[in-house]
Design a protein around this ligand. Structure first.
Ligand code: FNR
Length: 384
């Protein structure tokens, strides 16, 4: 029995169990991966103020994100091809999140469809939308998300063009994997993964079937992206989507204070400070580096969430201290899923919850709502 004490343990196990092209797909950043690395290393530079002799009884991590109750302010980020980390991955991750009381966000580019996830969960999940030229397709996706009772729409704006990840090109990423000699040799070392895939019908993009039947590998995906993703996207389109959706709207991919103001003006309920986990503009600031200026720009007008580089509950509390109302994790839950399926996602959330709770206690607090800059050592965090 493998002992799992931290997210890194899940990553190591996932690397053993998931076929190389899908592990690399999750683990990679764009071009030189400098922003991907900065997302995690910039967290390490931030230091806590340790406090003692404070009453630490009855601690609580309960909070809200976009007006919804959460057992801790951590959501699962939308990630494409999640069902390739583990058979039926989106369903398993959604179930783990539901049991834990945190939001699950289903990507447009998922393997399991909106309807698949809805059929296997009981509480509402969130749906992530990319803006495509074909407005009828957007209309259909929005209607499907509404029919599935999704309780928030996460609108991702940082993918009008696709960042290049060298590993995906070299690995010939495709879903399902093509039966090349290299793939077959690698798959032979991943028996659990193969057995899982044999037991499911869900092996390609569930939400875009019918719309983009030809999309399976990286080159067809990137040509579909460049045909479909809207290069003329403007804030007017965001307003149209907000109206068409009519529910909670969270705008994802904001790294600039001026763009954050646009989110306020477009009537979003929340924005996510995010550089897509370092997968889009390499050379952009880390998410934690960009957070303070954005928090200052929007004040209390809308909620500011963030993602990118969170690998522990300690990182979560640092982001909250710098003004985030909640955070999202991407790779940590994918590692959990690849390592141990649903149980691995649950383990990932448990690890983060324990680290968050203990760190809050070391900083002398009992309620996550009270976390602010006072728990950080002045001078160790990015100033506006
Ligand atoms: C992503 N991300 C992403 N974002 C989005 O809006 N739609 C998507 O389909 C995807 N797909 C995707 C796939 C994979 C494998 C990863 C790792 C990421 C970005 C994601 O939502 C989030 O912004 C980052 O994952 C956050 O960084 P960490 O937590 O992975 O460091």
């Amino acid at each position: 029995m493998t002992i799992i004490t931290c997210i890194e343990d899940l990553r190591v196990l996932a690397q053993k169990r998931v076929p190389r092209m899908f592990y690399d797909y999750a683990d990679a950043g764009s071009w030189t991966e400098s922003t991907y690395r900065a997302n995690t290393s910039d967290f390490s530079a931030i230091k806590f103020r340790q406090r003692v002799a404070v009453n630490l009884e009855n601690r609580t991590l309960a909070s809200t994100m976009a007006g919804q109750a959460v057992s801790m302010p951590v959501a699962l980020a939308p990630t494409g091809l999640t069902g390739m980390q583990h058979a039926d991955g989106e369903i398993l991750a959604a179930r783990a999140a539901e049991a834990f009381g945190v939001p699950f966000t289903l990507s447009t580019m998922s393997i399991c469809s909106i309807e698949d996830v809805a059929a296997h969960t009981t509480k509402p999940f969130w749906f992530q939308l990319y803006v495509m030229k074909d407005r009828e397709f957007i209309n259909r996706l929005i209607d499907r998300a509404k029919a599935a009772r999704c309780s928030a729409l996460v609108l991702t704006l940082d993918l009008q063009v696709l960042g290049q990840r060298h590993k995906d090109i070299r690995n010939g990423l495709s879903a399902p994997p093509k039966p090349t000699l290299a793939n077959l040799i690698n798959l032979a070392t991943k028996p659990r993964w193969c057995m899982g895939m044999l037991g499911t019908r869900r092996r390609s993009f569930g939400n875009i079937v019918g719309h983009a039947t030809s999309v399976s590998d990286m080159s067809s995906l990137s040509s579909w992206t460049s045909q479909q993703f809207d290069l003329s996207l403007s804030w007017k389109d965001v307003e149209w989507i907000k109206q068409r959706w009519g529910g909670k709207l969270i705008i994802k991919g904001i790294m600039d204070a001026e763009d954050a103001r646009h989110c306020v003006e477009a009537g979003a309920d929340a924005l996510i400070v995010s550089n897509h986990g370092g997968r889009q503009l390499d050379g952009a600031d880390s998410s934690i580096g960009a957070l303070p200026a954005i928090v200052e720009a929007v004040g209390k007008e809308i909620e500011v969430h963030m993602d990118g580089g969170i690998r522990s509950g300690q990182d979560v509390i640092k982001a909250l201290a710098l003004g985030a109302k909640g955070v999202y994790i991407g790779r940590p839950f994918l590692y959990g899923l690849g390592a141990m399926g649903e149980q691995g996602v649950t383990r990932c959330l448990e690890i983060i919850r324990n680290e968050l709770d203990l760190t809050m206690a070391f900083c002398g607090l009992r309620d996550v709502a009270l976390v602010d800059k006072n728990i950080l050592l002045p001078g160790s965090y990015p100033q506006r």
